[in-house]
Design a protein around this ligand. Structure first.
Ligand SMILES: [Zn+2]
Length: 312
């Protein structure tokens, strides 16, 4: 079994186990600020999950609890609107999820010039919805390792998921129908600041959970979209690395703590605050201790590449 399939296998077998998906009766729009409170009844849609939209700040949104093929652990996404652009963080796992995100954003902002989709990392629950954004001419931004992983994909992720959940083609199409994977056209090599209409969107390279992991920091609203670098309410998923990677992960969490963050949107779980970073760090430290790992040489994490964002 190759490396990538092994990771995916571990992801689904060891972490989440096998349970049946659940589907919602309605879409719920909620808001911290109360300005977005309508409830929209829709038909049950396979692959949608139970998305809830949170208004974090003016023009900054989180969509939590999108579809996952396992119960109780939906995936999250984010949106930042600038004067002329829409920046999406993660695409959901299904086309239904991606359409939900896109529909919400394009209803909210009817006129825009540029669309960006930042993919936090190469796990299917975060990027399978990407076709919807690509069709809307989004620049797809990802770490250069993600580009390598998706380059010769040829449907293997889709086939793997089918196999994993013992779905026949019909069933797989029902949940993941028309998923189409493509490579990012803007590659990240190190921490990079996107400047859009005077707004700064920091794309931070935060490996640990996975080698291509990115976090997105929006300083003007104090929002951190952490992908699976931070988990809310559940233990961090450490299946893709060992003690060295977990040490790197802790060092990334320590530096994220230094940011001026009011709200964290994790890859899975509810919105949270910096206190949740401490919980993640404590867990990882315990995990390292329990592994009996002792490092012989002090090896601080360093970013090897020094290029800015690159067009493919
Ligand atoms: Zn995830």
């Amino acid at each position: 079994m190759n490396h990538k399939l092994y990771h995916l296998l571990m992801f689904f077998i060891l972490v989440y186990g096998m349970t049946l998906p659940v589907f919602p009766d309605s879409l719920n729009f909620t808001s911290k600020h109360g300005s977005l409170s309508k409830k929209e009844e829709v038909m049950k849609k396979p692959g949608l999950g139970n998305p809830i939209v949170h208004e974090i700040a003016e023009n900054v949104y989180a969509i939590v609890d999108l579809y996952m093929p396992v119960k109780g652990i939906g995936v999250n996404a984010g949106i930042i609107f600038t004067d002329s652009s829409i920046v999406f963080i993660d695409a959901g796992m299904s086309i239904a999820s991606a359409e939900f995100i896109w529909r919400f954003a394009s209803k909210k902002k009817k006129e825009f010039e540029n669309v960006y989709l930042i993919i936090t990392h190469g796990h299917t629950d975060h990027f399978f919805g990407m076709r919807i954004f690509k069709e809307n001419e989004a620049d797809i931004i990802g770490h250069h390792i993600l580009e390598k992983e998706l380059k010769d994909e040829k449907g293997q992720y889709f086939r793997f998921i089918m196999e994993k959940f013992e779905w026949d083609l019909q069933e797989a199409k029902k949940f993941l129908g028309d998923v189409e994977v493509s490579v990012p056209n803007k590659l990240i090599y190190k921490d990079t600041i996107l400047k859009i209409d005077g707004e700064k969107v920091h794309i931070l390279y935060t490996p640990g959970h996975y080698p291509d992991e990115l976090s997105v920091y929006h300083p003007s609203s104090g929002t951190l979209f952490a992908g699976d670098t931070i988990y809310e309410g559940i233990n961090p998923n450490t299946r893709f690395g060992g003690p060295e990677e977990w040490r790197t992960w802790i060092s990334q969490l320590e530096r994220l703590k230094e940011l001026d963050v009011k709200t964290i949107v994790t890859g899975h779980g509810k919105l949270c605050t910096v206190a949740e970073i401490d919980r993640n760090i404590r867990f990882l430290k315990e995990r390292i201790k329990a592994s009996g790992y002792e490092r012989s040489v002090e090896k601080p994490f360093s970013q090897k590449d020094h290029s800015e964002i690159k067009d493919k």
